[in-house]
Structures are given as C-alpha cells and as structure tokens.
Design a binder for this molecule. Sequence first.
Ligand code: NAD
Length: 551
Amino acid sequence: MAGPRPVRAPRGTELSAQGWQQEAALRMLQNNLDPEVAEHPDQLVVYGGTGRAARDWNSFDAMVRTLRGLKQDETMLVQSGRPVGVMTTHEWAPRVLIANSNLVGDWATWEEFRRLEALGLTMYGQMTAGSWIYIGTQGILQGTYETFAAVAAKRFGGSLAGTITLTAGLGGMGGAQPLAVTMNDGVVICVDCDPRAIERRIAHRYLDVRADSLDHALRLAVEARDARRPLSIGVLGNAAEAVPALLAMKAPIDIVTDQTSAHDPLAYLPVGVDFAEMRDYAAEKPAEFTERARESMARHVEAMVGFQDAGAEVFDYGNSIRGEAKLAGYERAFAFPGFVPAYIRPLFSEGKGPFRWAALSGDPADIAATDRAILDLFPENESLARWIRLAGERVHFQGLPARICWLGYGERDRAGERFNEMVADGTLKAPIVIGRDHLDAGSVASPYRETEAMLDGSDAIADWPLLNAMVNVASGASWVSIHHGGGVGMGRSLHAGQVTVADGTALAAEKIRRVLTNDPGMGVIRHVDAGYERAEEVAAERGVRIPMREG
Ligand code: NAD
C-alpha cells in the first residue's frame, strides 16, 4: 500500500502528461493536496471536515499515472476518488468525469455513508476537494466580502462606510468577517469567547485591533464610523451576553449577523460556562451542554431580533442559529432571513457566482496580469474592482497562485476568452485553469442553503445540478463532477462542478465560449423557472432562450 508523502504540483511549461487538459487536471489534483492548501494532506483531506481529493494513496497514484498517459481522445472516470475506467471519447469530451459521495435517496444518511466509507467503497468529496479546484481561504474571504457588498448594495448605497456591523465568531470561516467588512469600508465589532481566535486573526491581519471591553469596542467603533474610516475590532466575550448587552445599551448598530459554530450545539459556549472548561463539559455531559447552549442561542437570537426591531439589517449567515434558537422555544427565531434568500439570490438570478482561476505557471505575475485584465474588462463594476485591488494587496496565495471573483452570465465567457488570448500571445507564461465553487447559481440543490425558500417552493428539486453537469460535458469542459453532501452534509444537497483549461488554442477558445456561457446560463434559467423577475430580465436582455416563454 502506498502511503502519505508531501505532494506539490509542478510549475512551469514542461508537460508530464500528453496535453495541457490532462496536465491541468493532474496539477490541480496535486495542488489540492499541497500542504499549503490542504488541511490534512496526509489523510488526503483538503477542507470541510473530511473532504478528500482521492480515496486513498493507491487511488491517488493510479490517477496520477493514468492522467500522465491519457490521450486527447480519452476520458478517465473517477468514482468517489478512485479511477475506475478509461474510455475512448473525442477531443471535445472532458478528460475526466467525476462522481463523488452519491447515494440513493433512502440510503443517503451519514450512518450509511460512513459504513460504506469504512469498507473503502466511497469518500466524501465536499465541493471543490474531490473536484480539484480548491484554492484555500481566499474563497471564504471573497464569499464573505461579496455578501457584505450585497448588504451594502441593498441598504447602504453600495458601501459600508459610515456603518457599524456587529457579529460573533472569529474561527476558520467566521474569521474572514472583519476583513470582508473593512474591505467594504465598514466598521465591525466581532465577539469571540476564545482569546486565541482574536489573537490569530490580528496576527494574520484579518482583524485590526482588540478592545478591552464592550464599552471600549463601541467607543472605537463610533469614532471610526464618524470618520468614515474602516476598522475591525475584536472583543472577548460570550455573544449570548454581549449582543443583548449592546442592545440594552442602545448601541448604534446597523447590521447584525453571527458566525459562531451554532450548527453544532456542542461547539457553542453556553452562558455561565468558562471557555477553558467548555470542551470537557461538552464531552462529559453532552445532553446538558446542548440544552444550555440552545438556551443561550435563544437569548442571542432574541437580541438579534431586538436589533432588527430597532431598524438594523439582520441575517443568519448559514450557521443554523435560528433553528437552534427555535428548538430552545424562542418563537420569533425565524424573524430574520438566511443570507442566500436575502442577498445572494438576486446575484444567482444573473448567473453570478464564485468564478475562479489558477495559474499553472505557478508565477504570481500571471495572476497579477489576469487581475489587470478583469479591471480592464469590467471598468463599471466598482465592487469587483475594489475586491481585485484589495485581493492583490492582501491575499496570500496558497499553492498555485489563484484568484476568485463573482462574475455572471455574459461576463465569465469574456474573462475566459481574454485569458485564453493572453496565453496564446505569451502575456501569460502558461495555461490558466478556469473553474468555480459548486456553490453557484445553477449548479446546486440545497434546501438549507443555496435553494432555501425558493419562490416556487422548488428547494429540494435536484434535476438542476444534474442538467448543469450534463450541459458542461456537452459544451467542452475539461473536467466535470457531480457530488452529494458538500458543506451541508449527507442527504441535504446535490451539486455539480466544471473546470475548463485556457491553453491558448483555438479549440480551447471555442470550448470556453460555450462552457462559460452555458454554465452561468443554468443559473439564469433555474431562477426564471422559479419565477424570479431579475432572472427574467437578464434572460431577455442577454438572450438566454427559455422555451416556455417563446411561441
Ligand atoms: P469555528 O468552529 O472555526 O469557529 C467558531 C467560533 O465561534 C470559535 O472561534 C468559537 O470560539 C466561537 N464561539 C463559540 N461559541 C461562542 C459564543 N457563545 N460566543 C462567542 N463566540 C463563540 O467555525 P467556522 O468554520 O468559523 O464556522 C462558523 C459557522 O458558520 C459554522 O456554523 C459554519 O457551519 C457556518 N458557516 C456557514 C457558511 C455559509 O453558509 N456561508 C460558510 C462557512 C461557515
């Protein structure tokens, strides 16, 4: 049996495979397992609990070997992280087809999945772990930035300058909040009960300062807000006490959300429990701990609703805190919305989602050149320009240099074609891989997240991600994946991904034009079908054909 070893994608223009499509898949598989990128590379775990790039080390070796020998008219089939076949196809076909973690409906539970995983028959693919297009924490930062930009657009004239946001949770994902708010020119107070979380975020420059108390935090926040100066302030405390206390102080808060790990009541600190004792207490008395955590979450959510009643913009950031508060008996827990229906769905209606690309040269200068190309292509989009500029200054690359930004229907194809031209004319040193997260406009069915509260009630309809994968295969993507589970868990989502390689050839230009039009086009048609007016407008303006609206 082959075992763990450090993996790093080769850089530069020397090919070890038969063409750039295969080389790209090979390097991105390896890049996902680069120790700079993956959370637990020894176990082939990239991110998100146990999201893996390959089922085991033998499967990894077999995929590397197969990709190196794969011809231009062949396709490797991957079943949950293991290569199971090579078939003769044609040059427009994907070089790799991937299906990860899929189970038949009634069997789609964690128990059955773990039983099959223990037998070595499957693996958890998460979203971009098993489909080889994870780019590290830049993705989280940008998604959070985009959400706060959408809040700014909805309520505050397009900028958070002159506003104060209150949130909690400075952990793995939540730690992106302070930087995302200041990148939108706002002021933010972030409460966390773990002093190390605050220190770590300051050390990584995601958080600006630490306040000594709530009074101190509020004073700093108001000063910065009045000067319209962006500032992020960490303060130690329990959110279930701090948020009600700030409400009682009539703190002038404009936006309230939360990213404590409320989805797991054993990871939320109850009021009256010392942070130092939290872990042992949760392990020794899980039922009692859960009850106390839920009661505290109810107080926390009640105060969030209080801020909403006082006029603040309040939303749930995908951590199930409303559901937990409701379980504790707080009736108004769902008085404020989840972030997807509140801010992201209008973007999805335009086919907008987390478009991303990576430079196979390994040279950061290639990403800097693509950044300039994006600024040049979309000069009217100020939020995009601000993100690209700040990302260039502040985002530290993990593994192959990469960039993420939200682009929609009619935009992604233009960006992709420009990148392909830049490869062809030598502006870029090597090809670019262009993909996206599975969390996209028309590629996911997930009733607790991306498809929560669809206008026509179609939250659980899972035909859309399957159609999305098929249309990407038919359009010439370089690799296509269909996954189950992702960020919300077994039984709760189906989602699809695509990656297309810009290798500078005329054939790649043709494929890019189709894939990067049709893929976001799925977002537009999905939302037209569900009755979203914005999607109808986009379809009409940009020429997306909807048979039921024709004739
Ligand atoms: P994490 O476990 O790394 O961090 C959670 C933080 O919350 C920790 O720093 C902890 O000290 C703090 N905390 C716990 N209880 C607290 C309390 N009572 N008061 C103050 N601080 C408290 O988790 P993470 O990866 O940052 O994710 C946070 C949550 O956001 C999770 O529930 C996750 O599922 C959710 N999430 C949602 C989305 C999305 O839908 N967009 C994306 C990412 C994460």
